[in-house]
Design a protein around this ligand. Structure first.
Ligand code: SAH
Length: 459
């Protein structure tokens, strides 16, 4: 983050605004919404500002800025069109460590104004870090459309119960779940429908009948995070990602996706990299059970689809035995993601009537695959975990009868900005790969459909 987002209380505090034109007017209106006391310094000011600052809580000085103006103010906004003066104000502010904003000169600012969705007391602030205020404003207008106007009143309503709930429910996680039930349930709906009294008595009833044990029932979400591009997550994956208290994730889950989990959730990296398992499979399964038993909502986040070379089945087997509730959310598997982003259809009326997914993982320098089956023509073969075994696989396919000129592609870090595709034949690809600095993860696709890449590549 380039800036620390926070909400600053200016109610009753003195804020210095230098400048008296339209830009200053806009800033003055914004500051007054947060009840600031303004000190305006300007050689002249527009008539609207005059009206706006009539109240004696504000001070107006119609003269040039002087450095002593910044004494005893808690925030400074320079809204003049004199670049030298703006620079001077910024320097003065820095000397006394007072936050300063110079309109349209991000380099001189120690803070910037976000675009705001205002459902006071609920506020959503959007910032582009000064790079594109227009982008921030466009995003704000999208947010406006899906934050109900009654959410301000809802925030006040919930605030009224805060102490009561805190006194009754000691455990932080139980309290959080209580609130989630209120917000996602009929109590909030009643309030939004204008039935405040009914909403209030419903929350009272919920609080009275609160049963900690029932609230602290843990569960596990086994979720597929897709091949890398965060846009390929499913809605359900995202919802559960934002709900879970603990996240267990693998190396294949991209940082962008991990960032979309709940901010305050505990995040545990459980591996796995070839020969560098951070945690053994058995340990992961036991940890899932232990965490869920302690009442946590646990997210087991896996690359691609959890049921495709993901050992997801093994992990939930233990949960089933321990009678822990769980759900499985499919993800886009690497084969689908990489083939789409590489412009290689896995099946095609003219070239491939079936597709087979296999693992190229080696055991004792061998990968034991049903070669006779894999060499059938009109079939696409997708190989997961095949980078190391690529020369061996190509050799075996040729040996068992697939033409040495069969097209084959290796896709590195598919669907991410680092996606790279190497295309060759069963004969040539191993040398191509050897000559390049290829980064994991990689997926291999064998079959005539690979030739379509040239025509269909769209990335
Ligand atoms: N459950 C995952 C697969 C896990 S096995 C899924 O459904 O996709 C790990 C292998 O998946 C890697 O060795 C690689 O072959 C493949 N893989 C996963 N993500 C990939 C990506 N973004 N690009 C290329 N291959 C990927």
């Amino acid at each position: 983050m380039d800036y620390l987002p926070l909400f600053y209380k200016v109610d009753g505090r003195r804020v210095l605004l230098v400048g008296g034109g339209q830009v200053a007017l806009r800033k003055a209106k914004f500051l007054l919404r947060a009840h600031a006391k303004l000190k305006l310094v300007a050689v002249e000011m527009c008539s609207e500002l005059e009206v706006l600052l009539k109240d004696e809580a504000h001070e107006v000085f119609l003269r040039p800025y002087q450095s002593s103006d910044i004494n005893k103010v808690s925030l400074i906004i320079a809204a003049t069109n004199d670049l030298e003066l703006n620079q001077l104000i910024a320097e003065d502010a820095d000397k006394l460590n007072i936050p300063v904003n110079v309109v349209d000169q991000p380099k001189l600012c120690s803070f910037i104004f976000p675009a705001v969705v205002d459902r006071s007391p609920l506020l959503v602030a959007v910032s582009s870090g000064g790079n594109s205020p227009v982008l921030a404003r466009l995003l704000r207008s999208r947010l406006e459309t899906f934050i109900p106007s009654g959410y301000g009143a809802l925030a006040v309503f919930l605030g009224g119960f805060r102490d009561k709930v805190k006194n009754k429910i000691n455990s932080f996680s139980a309290r959080m779940r209580f609130w989630e039930n209120v917000i996602n349930g009929p109590a909030a709906e009643l309030l939004l429908a204008g039935k405040a009294e009914q909403a209030e008595s419903l929350v009272e009833t919920m609080l009275k009948g609160f049963d900690k044990e029932a609230f602290l029932q843990g569960e596990v979400y086994l979720v597929g995070a897709g091949p890398g591009d965060p846009d390929l997550l499913t809605f359900r994956a995202l919802r559960l990602m934002q709900q879970a208290d603990v996240v267990l994730y693998d190396r294949l889950v991209s940082p962008e996706i991990l960032n979309m989990t709940r901010q305050d959730a505990e995040k545990i990296h459980v591996g796995k990299q070839r020969e560098k398992h951070t945690m053994e499979q058995g340990e992961i399964s036991s940890l899932l059970v232990t965490l869920a038993k302690s009442g946590k909502r646990v997210l087991r986040l896996k690359g691609g689809d959890p049921f495709i070379f993901g050992r997801g089945g093994e992990e939930i087997e233990q949960l089933a035995v321990a009678k822990i509730p769980f759900q499985v959310v499919p993800g886009i598997t690497a084969a689908s993601g990489c083939s789409s982003y590489a412009g290689i259809p896995l099946t095609h009326r003219d070239y491939a009537q079936s597709v087979t997914f296999v693992t190229g993982h080696m055991k004792n320098n061998q990968c034991d695959l049903d070669w006779d089956n894999l060499v059938q023509v009109s079939q696409t073969v997708v190989i997961y975990m095949g980078l190391i075994s690529l020369p061996f696989i190509c050799e075996q396919l040729i040996k068992h009868g697939r033409a040495s000129v069969t097209p084959i592609a290796l896709i590195q870090q598919g669907t991410t900005p680092k996606q790279k595709i190497y295309v060759g034949t069963l004969e040539s690809l191993p040398d191509i790969i050897q000559a390049n600095d290829v980064q994991a993860p990689t997926l291999i696709i064998v079959g005539e459909v690979v030739a379509l890449h040239e025509k269909l590549a769209w990335q």
